[in-house]
Design a protein around this ligand. Sequence first.
Ligand code: HEM
Ligand SMILES: *[C@@H]1O[C@H](CO)[C@@H](O)[C@H](O)[C@H]1NC(C)=O
Ligand SMILES: *[C@@H]1O[C@H](CO)[C@@H](O)[C@H](O)[C@H]1NC(C)=O
Length: 324
Amino acid sequence: MAASAASFGVVYLFVVVISMLGSSTYADLSKNFYSKSCPKVFTAVESVVKSAVSKEHRMGASLVRLFFHDCFVKGCDGSLLLDDTASFTGEKTAGPNNNSVRGFEVVDAIKARVEKVCPGVVSCADILAIAARDSVVILGGPDWDVKLGRRDSKTASFSAANSGVIPPPTATLSQLINRFNARGLSAKDMVALSGAHTIGKARCVLFRNRIYNETNIDGSFAKTRQRSCPRTSGSGDNNLAPLDVKTRNSFDLKYFKNLLNKKGLLHSDQILFNGGSTDSLVKTYSSNVKTFYSDFVTAMIKMGNITPLTGSKGEIRKNCRRPN
Ligand code: HEM
Ligand SMILES: *[C@@H]1O[C@H](CO)[C@@H](O)[C@H](O)[C@H]1NC(C)=O
Ligand SMILES: *[C@@H]1O[C@H](CO)[C@@H](O)[C@H](O)[C@H]1NC(C)=O
């Protein structure tokens, strides 16, 4: 009896271990991944991010967004960073990214600095994860341990980036929830992550319809935005406005306060507080910065776990723009 119970225990343990190995690749990510191979990675990344953000505060926002757009397309594998090659068209010119995502030069500078201290060790995908965290911290937001060990893809996919996995700013609430669910993220994760719109800017072409046509918008806020975003399509399309009306360079909870006051810039912002299922979360975050920060951190770690390449998959790129 005792012997068979013990052997059952061993077999059971074996099955559990095997199924863990098989099912969740992200279990391989860990905060200590580079502690032997590149202990200086954190100071190397941080120093470049710090100088870039002090030159231009918006760069912190741009780096956070790069991580999002990388992870939602084929997983957090650095695919967004690849330039077009003879064999594939990359993600940079896909709808959600073209004339929109930025910060690639800063990523190059980070990679160059990291290659100096430990050549060939740190992936571009991990650099994006660390740079996003550092940006949030530098702009006054929460700090957390970044999980590491992602490897870089050898290809990128224009069509995957265009397939709608990254929701457009015209999305309805249920579309937003569905697209995050499709990436293993909950509605709560989606609302917390949207709090990243407490920093950075958007182009007129993406909020024009909202400031001229929508009714769930504060009148004087709409007028102010209209001054730098002409009604006529094609004129001033690239004019910028802050996503957070007053504290654009500070990672605070004002974004959610704006939503309570109908001052969300994008349709997809205001839809989070428009009588639907996410209203109560927006209310909570608008008055409780600790809850916002802790849900944001949880969601960033979850987002960073989207199907990474680990083990011997992919490669460690030498240059983030090109496969080796
Ligand atoms: C919920 C769905 C989301 C939609 C529909 C959305 C949409 C947008 C749009 C349209 C812009 C402006 C782009 C432009 O003007 O070219 C933007 C900017 C930005 N987004 Fe989102 N976003 C979403 C979620 C997120 C998430 C999850 C993050 C990160 C955690 C994020 C971070 C940012 C940041 C930081 C900016 C400003 C970038 C800069 O100034 O360079 N967004 N987003
Ligand atoms: C990207 O934007 C450029 C400049 O506006 C434009 O010429 C090009 O056609 C766009 N690319 C795609 C694939 O839409
Ligand atoms: C307002 O909505 C109408 C009808 O959908 C549309 O034709 C028009 O282009 C919109 N105006 C702006 C400024 O987006």
